[in-house]
Design a protein around this ligand. Sequence first.
Ligand code: GAL
Length: 958
Amino acid sequence: MIFSGEFHPFRLPVPDLWLDVFQKIKSMGFNGVSFYVDWGLVEGNPGHVSTDGIWSLEEFFDAATQAGIYLIARPGPYINAETSAGGIPGWVLRKNATIRSDDPEYLNATVNYLSTVGRIIEKAQITHGGPVILVQPENEFSTWPGVTDFPSSMNRRYMDFVEQQLLDAGITVPLIVNDNEAMGYWAPGSGLGAVDIYGIDSYPLRYDCAHPTVWPTYRFPFDWQVVHERESPETPFAIAEFQGGSGEGWGGVAEEMCADLVNAEAARVVYKNNYSFGVKLFNIYMTYGGTNWGNLGYQAGYTSYDYGAAITEERGLWREKYSEQKLEANFLKVSPAYLTATSKLGVNGSYGAPASIAVTPLLGNGTQTNFYVVRHADFSSLANAQYNLIVSTSVGNVSIPQLGGSLSLNGRDSKIHVTDYDLGGINLIYSTAEIFTWARGSGSTRVLVLYGGVGETHEFAVARHLGNPTIIEGEDISFHEKGSTWVIRWQVGRNRCVIHVSNLEIYLVWRNEAYNYWVLELPSSHPIGNFSSPSKELVVVKGGYLIRSAKLVDKHLWLSGDVNSTTEIEVISTPVGQLDGLIFNGQQMKTSPTKTGKVSAVVEYHPPTLDIPALNDLQWKYIDSLPELKSSYNDSAWQSCDKLVSHNPRKLDTPTNLYAMDYGFHTGSLLYRGHFSANGLESYIWLNISGGTGFGHSVWLDDTFLGSWPGTGSDATITQNLTIPTTLSSGTQHVISILIDNMGQDEEAPGTDAIKFPHGILGYQLSNHVQSDVAWKLTGNLGGEQYRDLARGPLNEGAMYAERQGYHYPNPPNSHWEVSSPFKTGLSKAGVGFYTTTFRLDFPDGWDVPLSVVLNNSTAGDSTQKNSGINYRCQLYINGYQYGKYINNLGPQKSYPIPEGILNHNGLNYIALTLWAQDPLGARLGGLDLAPSMLIRSDYAKPRPAPQPTWEPRLGAY
Ligand code: GAL
């Protein structure tokens, strides 16, 4: 089984941290990761594909190999993924060709990218000893406007073209598809464009994070066995994407509520439902979400792409879902009988259970083992339900529990009960308690870890001829002879029970105790190395926060892991039995014997006192970042908006083309300057502005502020009439300045070209003028598609003066800038201020301390005060990386996790802010804190900083 988690390297732009995330995924019991490549980030400049620095796939592949993680590569060209234009570069959007069609102009645009990235992926295939086992061409290519009998021959030609390029690059591993329609599209044998493995894509819990306890029912899958049999019976049942979290947009709720929507209970109920269908390739999107830093996100997402995933944006493991998934993935890893069992359509009320219970069996097919997946028939039910189950075992049909009482589902829950389950030669006749793992100890010793919810009663049975059960630890346990079996009954409490039946050692733990157990695969020789394989020897330890890996050298167990409190490490099982030593993170531990005959040791946790500066108290330097409002400003270097045509599907409403994308500006803010000669009759200007959901804009006539649009969580365009307050003298020259926050392009449904919807000025009218009286100029990021920052990529910076000059870089030329604080002083009128300061950090080695920049006490709009506007926007730059976009009037994000490596934990840091006050009252920030989420004593590899080029004069900057 491939059990994988989605993780996008581009959302964690510190290559040295990729290993940390891979290890955390691997320690959850997963054996794979699926990832996208974002074409728009690596080929922002047509013809120049970046494959080094933070874009290095090779480093990603090396880290996966080191952690032992198989990879599913998904290079698009279209990826969706809540990225700007779903990964299609801006320069492709302005072509006269439908995106994802077989128009040669579009196809040709993909060639350079696909062949370059294809060749890099090719080298990393498992056939060359690398981690890549599957490649997915395109993404969710399952509809096309007007095509009812999808796919049409056009769709087929395009899909085939993408696949052919990957094959030409040498890809030989199977191709997989991600079909969001679950209609069998592109399944093997379905004609031109068919792939090797068919996969479903599904998000049943949807996206309403504001109501996290409401589980939508309209997309819940009940019959995927049937779908699989109908659409692709010959391939392993694959779910290429399944909902692992959820997302939110501007003005929405915080990501933590998305974690609540798709919580541990959802993972228990909804994922187990998938296992009941016999899924063989299961990929959870997202497993680590990361960050939409540097404008890489689409219009409707904010900076955090935490996604409420199992691993938090800070790389933290404090969500229960992580632990729940660990229980599930480890169980499947040690249950090979699951791979061949036949899944039967679930019937409510069958197998002796009441009608309120759904039972889906996976029946042995070549093995004796059966799996019975049980949940509420109404899967979202919060009821406490009791049931008995008639299961088929080698000792006949048995109604369980046999010793009285009943089994229970308390609230949102689902269970997998097994019969005739092979523990490496010892038969577990049945168990109502769930299996976390089992492992081979030395000789014929087997260790089994069972778990249940506190208060539940469980039962399991083994053959009597094995020997008599002995209780080693705990009390809530009794056993009875039944025919040829021992039936062992366990009342689940918080205390562990351990019982031995001959050489079978059974650990009975309540679920939250099981969360502290870790199963590690021992490394093997080349070519398996650290990759998962059924032949792997396992080590089971009770630890705490995280155990990353284990190795055995001369009966010494070496563990690598992290603790967040003083933690007892107990070795539950190793293939050598008795150990001669235990080494944790390179340190020899003082061990003591446990009651159960194992060893344990205590890892001390003494967190250091960290010197973290109070950002509010630092000296901040300031410059005006809107010098364009001054009459002396010279815009002769600016791009004139002189194009008369556009290939955009939206027809022009203006005499010349004002779509920013058609001038190569695809990211960050946009700044327009409209020159006109007054006739004295001007009374208003009407504007139709587009910037994507959550966008805002501000308008000035010369240096007079006319007004702003502060944005909403739903408007992507807005029309506005702004009054010109004074009469202009006829014949005088004037400039209208419009600053637009450009939120990233939308995603699309195939063939609609919705992602091309232009941003910028869509329409305008200056009263008592013809449109052509206004001559527009435009700037976005300096250089547009020929962007300057090759290290941080094409989307990181926008049109603001300070950005064009590169002042957001470390070491800007600020010695003569004014000293002014964004908190104490701020801006007293509408405009844009740029602030920068520096500070040092010097954290001790061996401590992983995720830090966030947190905005606090934002000004609440006291209109009697200056600097107290409500509507303002900030961009946060850390060592040149835009790592936060804050919109005071929309929110919801206030806390911005900054990974180590973007922030230097041992060295100097440059932090910069653009503060854009949209109200006449100006704006002031309440304060900024640098806040650690946890101090983790960690065996992570300390990352080298991501490339942080410092400021140099930018040639041609205006
Ligand atoms: C899927 C898509 C992903 C992502 C997800 C929602 O349908 O394939 O790329 O956009 O939806 O988070």
